[in-house]
Design a protein around this ligand. Structure first.
Ligand SMILES: Nc1ncnc2c1ncn2[C@@H]1O[C@H](COP(=O)(O)OP(=O)(O)OP(=O)(O)O)[C@@H](O)[C@H]1O
Ligand SMILES: O=C(O)c1ccc[n+]([C@@H]2O[C@H](COP(=O)([O-])O)[C@@H](O)[C@H]2O)c1
Length: 217
């Protein structure tokens, strides 16, 4: 999948729109869900599904970070992309994985990614999904005001992080941190991570999976 695929799919709908007799058709709407995805989990899937089901967007693009702006230590970009692609396979095709953050490079700031996407896809109207836990970090984001000019920002209510002006009901109480902690204890987070994502993680030996476990005796 990846960016090229997002471009292909969107180009198709854009071409269809351009060949339409009316040029008053609304823009193609795409919601972006950026994240570490270390690993992706059912909370990401629920967030994307909620937005696709209620916000009138044709597609949701997962944008795994290439360089995390705050320097989080993560599994490799390629491995996280493969896990995101496995998450996307849980849907009928409206959820796609974008490699754009690798293409943009730099410090991994969302404003730069968004500016790049807006220029590349002038016919797409972007919205940006963030969970309400992110609100406390926003003062440290680069140019959040500019982000709001380029995209409609949708703040989803992440369970445990109530805030004013969130959209929708509280979403699943699950995090990648919790998943990593379970894996580190040798527990299978089968109820929190789709099996296809876990299969990719296992096959690639991510999060210590498949590594020899220390014996207590
Ligand atoms: N359970 C959830 N409900 C709603 N939004 C979520 C949920 N989990 C993640 N998100 C949102 O998805 C985006 C990407 O999240 P990220 O990949 O950092 O996952 P995370 O679970 O927060 O990871 P970590 O525990 O490693 O910090 C963020 O905007 C975050 O708020
Ligand atoms: O643009 C910024 O300054 C900025 C600072 C921190 C995080 N972000 C983005 O926010 C998204 C969620 O980040 P995180 O740490 O919750 O995985 C991800 O796409 C990051 O690139 C963006």
């Amino acid at each position: 999948m990846g960016t090229s695929c997002c471009r292909r799919r969107c180009s198709r709908s854009i071409r269809a729109r351009r060949s339409s007799p009316s040029n008053k058709r609304p823009a193609v709407k795409v919601a972006l869900l950026g994240g570490s995805f270390n690993p992706p989990h059912v909370g990401h899937l629920m967030a994307a599904t909620y937005v696709h089901a209620t916000q009138g967007v044709e597609a949701v693009w997962l944008m795994p970070t290439f360089h995390h702006p705050f320097g989080k230590q993560l599994e490799s970009f390629e491995a996280r992309v493969r896990m995101c692609e496995a998450l996307c396979r849980e849907t009928s095709g409206w959820l796609q994985t974008s490699l754009v953050e690798r293409e943009v490079g730099g410090g991994g700031r969302t404003v730069d990614t968004l500016a790049f996407l807006v220029e590349r896809h002038p016919d797409i109207q972007f919205s940006l999904i963030i969970g309400s836990d992110i609100l406390r970090d926003l003062p440290n984001w680069k140019d959040f005001d500019r982000i709001q000019k380029m995209a409609h920002v949708l703040v989803l209510y992440r369970a445990g992080y109530p805030a004013p002006d969130t959209v929708g009901p509280p979403l699943a109480e699950v995090s990648s941190t919790q998943v990593r902690e379970l894996l580190a204890r040798g527990q299978e987070p089968a109820e929190l991570v789709p099996s296809g994502v876990l299969a990719v993680a296992r096959e690639a030996g991510l999060f210590g999976l498949g590594a020899p476990r220390a014996r207590a005796d």
